[in-house]
Write a protein that binds this ligand. Structure first.
Ligand code: DQQ
Length: 506
């Protein structure tokens, strides 16, 4: 079956091409992870496959590299690997409920028309920033959007709880109508995903919180005072609620600053409009992952993108002229005990170029094995390793010849965890450099399987299809390109390793 796709001819598209050409030589600018043409990008929004075309909308400030005046940027793909820019879908409109920002949301198809449910931001006369659900509809294949005249469609949050914040949306269809989650927090309680029901997407009846967190609980997961960007879907015989954790930190003066943390999933049973969770975990254990959203495509796959935020100074972002990237699209699977499994969509392999492979090598402690010919900053690497007697085994990437910069991915057998260590990734003190750990228990008779995507300032790691860790790295030296394997505390074995140069997505 063949589709005929709309061709968008618009001055914005040419302008976007010029921005991309201008920024392409930046050594930190990803080549095969999605970025905005220029300036600020954050959350993925409105993910949908419609008439065969994949749509990725995203939070975007087209005017600067800072998080302000949120628009909905828009790109499309025929294969989930290559992307084209389309004109900005939604911009704050003076005099409307979104005049100070079009925040995150989703898109569903209602009576044949793609319909966007997003958060309109408007600062009122008293200076209060009001965040309320709004609706817009497209009648031309999602190029232009008409606001619903009755926006906001929910004028205020429920009044039977002391609500803190009210934004971001997940909407899905059940037999008796549309259901809708709004991200929120209940003061002194914790994050909350508030559930509504509607027949027409514009008249909403509040039901109850689908699920509420506990802000005082730190272990095993910290879930904060408020939840942003709720996402809710069925996976196998479970339901998954994914939220991104917002909290405050107190500065030296005692003043509270907003702080975004990580994305948590709760998996369990959904009945009577409530979720009973039996497992909770982090979607990605790295430093840079936030605000994911997912959708189901026409092959029935649940596919997720997340925002990979910057870990360098605002000044460096301003000088670069761009900020923020998307993760690779990931297919979600259900793992034992309700855990969330993630693998890159197979279409990512369309980007593979020249390949090289190594096999059957022993890794001896104290003698890192440099993979000659594997160096680079834009590649994918898949390795199968047997830790054997080694206490730790791993991979080094973006390494300088003199060892002054290096990013390490380490599996520790005794701890049962994999670490993405960027603490020496850069000599630039104004970049965040941290070690982030993910629990990884490898079953008896199974090797350590690492799939690593290095894309200039992005390192995205998938371990045994079980855990993901993604962080940003900013090596300062042009020759910080080396790749090596190592073992510590005993010998390990490399079964095989394949490395592909990766092509760009534009
Ligand atoms: N980003 C959006 C909000 C959301 C936050 C604004 C999460 O809708 O709560 O750009 O990154």
């Amino acid at each position: 079956m063949s589709f005929s796709f709309p061709q968008v001819v618009h001055p914005y598209v040419e302008q976007a091409r010029q921005h991309r050409a201008r920024l392409a030589a930046d050594p930190h600018r990803p080549a095969y992870h999605f970025t905005a043409p220029a300036n600020w990008l954050n959350d993925p929004n409105g993910l949908i496959q419609h008439d065969g075309l994949y749509h990725l909308f995203y939070q975007h400030n087209p005017h600067a590299t800072v998080s302000a005046t949120k628009h909905w940027g828009h790109a499309v793909s025929r294969d989930l690997a290559h992307w084209e820019d389309w004109p900005i879908a939604l911009a704050p409109a003076p005099g409307t409920a979104d005049q100070d920002g079009c925040f995150s949301g989703c898109i569903v198809v209602h009576n044949g028309d793609p319909t966007m449910i997003y958060t309109g931001v408007r600062v009122d006369e008293t200076g209060r920033k009001r965040q309320r659900p709004c609706v817009a509809v497209s009648y031309d294949g999602m190029v232009t959007w008409e606001r619903y005249a009755g926006n906001p469609v929910i004028p205020a949050p429920p009044t039977d709880m002391d609500i803190f914040a009210f934004r971001d949306h997940a909407v899905w269809r059940e037999a008796d109508g549309w259901y809708h989650l709004v991200g929120s927090g209940i003061r002194q309680v914790g994050g909350a995903a508030l559930l509504y029901r509607s027949d027409d997407l514009v008249n909403w009846e509040y039901l109850n919180p689908l699920y509420v967190g506990d802000m005082h609980q730190l272990d095993p997961l910290f879930t904060g005072i408020m939840w942003e960007c709720p996402d809710f879907f069925r996976l196998g015989d479970r339901h998954m609620l994914v939220v991104s954790v917002f909290d405050h930190v107190r500065g030296d003066t005692g003043a509270a600053f907003p702080m975004i943390h990580h994305s948590v999933y709760f998996s369990g049973d959904y009945a009577d409009h409530c979720l009973t969770a039996s497992y909770a975990g982090l979607v990605d254990y790295g430093r840079s992952w936030y605000a994911p959203q997912s959708f189901t495509d026409d092959q029935g796959r649940r596919i997720m993108f997340g925002w990979l935020r910057e870990e360098r100074a605002f000044e460096a972002q301003r000088a670069a002229g761009w900020s923020g990237a998307m993760s690779l699209p990931r297919v979600l699977t259900l793992r034992p005990n309700g855990r969330l499994g993630q693998t890159p969509v197979p279409e990512v392999e369309l980007l593979r170029g020249v390949s090289q492979s190594w096999e059957g090598l022993t890794l001896s402690p104290g003698e890192p094995l440099v993979l000659d010919g594997a160096e680079g900053n834009t590649f994918e690497l898949v390795a199968e390793l047997w830790p054997a007697e080694a206490a730790r085994v791993g991979l080094i990437a973006r390494a300088a010849p003199d060892g002054s910069e290096a990013t390490r991915i380490v599996y520790d057998q005794a701890e049962g965890r994999v670490t993405l260590d960027t603490s020496q990734a850069s000599l630039d003190p104004a970049t965040r450099r941290v070690a982030r750990h993910a629990p990884l228990r490898i079953a008896q008779g199974e090797p350590l399987r690492l799939r690593v995507f290095v894309d200039r300032s992005i390192v995205e790691v998938f371990a045994n299809d079980d855990v993901c860790i993604t962080s940003r790295v900013y090596p300062t030296k042009p020759d910080s390109l080396g790749v090596a394997l190592f073992a510590e505390g005993g010998s390990a074995r490399l079964e095989w390793l394949e490395r592909w140069a990766m092509r760009g997505i534009w």
